[in-house]
Design a protein around this ligand. Sequence first.
Ligand code: GLC
Length: 742
Amino acid sequence: MTEKQLKELLADLSFQEKLGEIQQITGAYFGDSGIVTGTDEDHILNEDEVNMSGSVINVVGAAKIREVQEEHIKNHPHHIPMVFMLDIIHGFATSFPTPLAQSCSFEPELVEAIAHETAREASVSGQHVTFSPMVDICRDARWGRVMESYGEDPYLTSKMGAAAVKGYQGDDLSKEGTIAACVKHLAAYGMVEAGREYGTVDTSERFLRQYYLPAYKEACDAGSALLMSAFTANGGVPATADKHVMVDILRDEWGFDGAVITDYGSTRTMKSHGVPETDAQVAKLALEAQIDIEMCLYCYHNGLPELLEKGEITMEQIDRAVYRVLQLKNKLGLFENPYRYTDEQKAYELKNNPEALALARESVSRTVVLLKNEEKILPLNANDNKKIAFIGPYVEEWDMYGGWSIRNQHKIDVKNIHTAVSERYPDGDFVFNDGCMLLGDDEEMVKFSPKRAQLYKEYIETDHKSRKERIAKAVEDAKNADTVVMCIGEHTKIGGELSSRANIVIPKIQKELFDAVAEVNDNIIVVLFNHRPLDISDIAEKAKAVIVAWFPGIMAADGITDVLFGDKAPTGRLTMCFPHTVGQCPIYYAQLPTDHSPVTEDYYVTGFIDCPLTPLYSFGEGLTYTEFEYSNIKLSKDTLSEGETLIASVDVKNIGDRDGVETVQLYIRDPYAAVSRPLKELKGFKKVAIKKGETVTVEFQLTTEDMKFYNVELEYIWEPGEIQVFIGPNSTIKEHIDFKLV
Ligand code: GLC
C-alpha cells in the first residue's frame, strides 16, 4: 500500500477498530481450528473485539496461523490482517546456542547467520515478528536473563544486536525469509538491583546514555521494525511510561519511527510500581509515552474510551499509534499477502534442514569458552588406549537448549553426549555414567520455590539411598579411568525470565558428585552447561580443564564432541566475567578507577578483604588449542584530532603446533577526564585465523568518535589529553601504548 492508501484506511476505521489495532491478544483466544472460541476466563474481549485485534502473540504452526488469519480477515470490518508475534530467541525449528553463548564467538557475522536461518524457518511457519534481539547490558550473573543478552559490554552488545536485526530482516522486510525484529527491553532492564527479577533499576542519566542505551540505538539504526519497553522502573519511573526515554530520546533524538510494544502486560505492571492506580491512568501514561501496541492485559481496551470521552487524550494520539501498526503491516507486505510466506510443506522440511544443523554444529566450537587446559589435557585422543569416563547428568541428558527454546519439536531426534561420543568412536575405551540426577531435593530452588520445583520434579532426586549409590558407582568408574570428562551444570530451565538466583553454583547434588570423583582422579575435564557465569572457583581449582559450554542447542552433543577430541578447537571468549564468588556480583572488567584498594594491585578498584579484587575469569578470556604471541604494537601517529583516523596495529604469531583462531581485542582508557572513565573500554575486536608458525598483522582504526563520553553537562564530547591503548587477547592486559587527543 502507498502512504496515501494507508492514511485513507486509517481515516476510515471506527474507534473500535483503532482500539483493536493497538491491543495485542494471545493465541489463547483461538481453539485448535483457529476459530475464535469466545472469551476464556482469563480474557475479557468479546468475539467482535477479538476479530478487530491488530496482532497476536503465541500462535504456533503454519497451518494454525493460516486458519486464524483466514478467519480474521473474513470477520474484520476492513479485512485488515493480523501480525503474528513470538519469542524466537535463539533459533526456531533449529535451536542454536543461547544469545550469551553466541556473543562469546565475538563474531557478529555468526549472530547474523543464525538470525537469518531463524527468520527463514520462522517465516515459512507463519511468524511475522520475533521479540529479539535483547540488548540489555548485563553485569550481574544472579539475573536469570543474562543468557538472553550479549553480555556486559556496550560495544560488543551493540555489534551483536545490529547483526541480529540484519539477520532477521535482511534489507527488505517484505522479502521471503525475513521476519521483523523487536529490540528489547528499553531501558536497562539488565541493571536490576542485585539481579533480582523485575527489580529496581536506578541509573544516572550519564550512565544510561554512556553504557546502557547505545546498543538499543544501534539496533534501531540497523532498522529494527519494533522496540519493546521494559517491565522495570528506572529511578522510580516505569519504562512503559517514561516519556524522557520513549519520546525525548527514542523518538526525537534517535528518530525511531517503528512500532513500540510493551512487554507482556508491562502496562498493568506499572500499577505494581505504585504509579498509576487504574487502567485509565495506565493507558494515559503509556499513550503519552507513545507506546503503540499493548501486549495483552487490556489497559488500552479498558481505559482509552473513557479518557477520550473526558478529553484527557486525543484521537490524534491514538491515530499515531494505529498508523505505526498499519505501517508495520505494510512493511511486512501483509496487505498484499496476509499469509506472507507461510508454507506448511516448507515449514516441515526446514525442521531438520542440513544446512541449519551444520550451522548449529559449527556454532558450538565458536561459542564455547575454554577457560583452563592444564598440561594440555585437551584435546582428547580416542586412540591412545586410555580409558575415559564420561560422568555427570549431561552425559545422558538430551535437553541442552537453554531458556526460550521452542524445544518440543526435537525430543525424538536429538543426541546426548553419550550417543555422540559412542557413534564417533565406536572402539573408544569409554565408560558413561550420569552419576546423579540434575537436581537434589536439598537444592535451594526446590526448598524456596516449591511451585517451580514442581515443574522439574522428574529431574529431582528424592531418594537419598539411590543418590549415594549412584554417586558411589560413578566414583568406581572414575577410579578405573585415566581421564574423567564431567558433564555438569545448571538445569536447563533455571535460566531466562523469572530465574534469578542468590547462589550461582552448580546444583549441590552435582557438586557432591564432582567432589567425590575429584577424590579419586586428578585428570578431570569439566564441560559446564550454564545460563550465566557461575561460581566455579572450587571446580576450576580441582579440574585440569574447564570448558564453558553454555547451552549450545540442538547440535550440542556433536559440537562438544568435536571440541573434546580436537576436530574443532574452541574459539569462544567470555563476554561476562566469572566471579570468584556471588559476593563479587555485579562484577565487570570496565570498572571505574578508584583508590584505597586494600591491596597494592595496580588495578585501582575497591574490593573485599576476603576475596580477590578481580574476577576469577575476566571479559575476553578464553583459550584454544594453540598459543599466540603479541608483538610490535604500533600507532600510526602519536596525536589524533577531529576528522583524522589513527591506525593501531599489532603482530600476532601462532607459536603453537596447530593452526588456530585468535580474537584480538583493542581497549582504550582515558585516564583523566571531566568525569571518571573506565579502566578499560572495548573499542575493537577481530577474530583472525593464523596458521601455525605464521604471523598476522592486525589493524584497528580509531577516531575521536571512539573517545567521546558524556561530560558533567551531559554533552557528548571528546577532550584533549592522553589516551591509553591496550591490544591483546583479553581485558586483563596491562601494557599500553599512548597517544594524545589534540
Ligand atoms: C516476557 C519477556 C519478554 C517477552 C515477552 C513476550 O515477559 O519479558 O522478553 O518477549 O514477555 O513473551
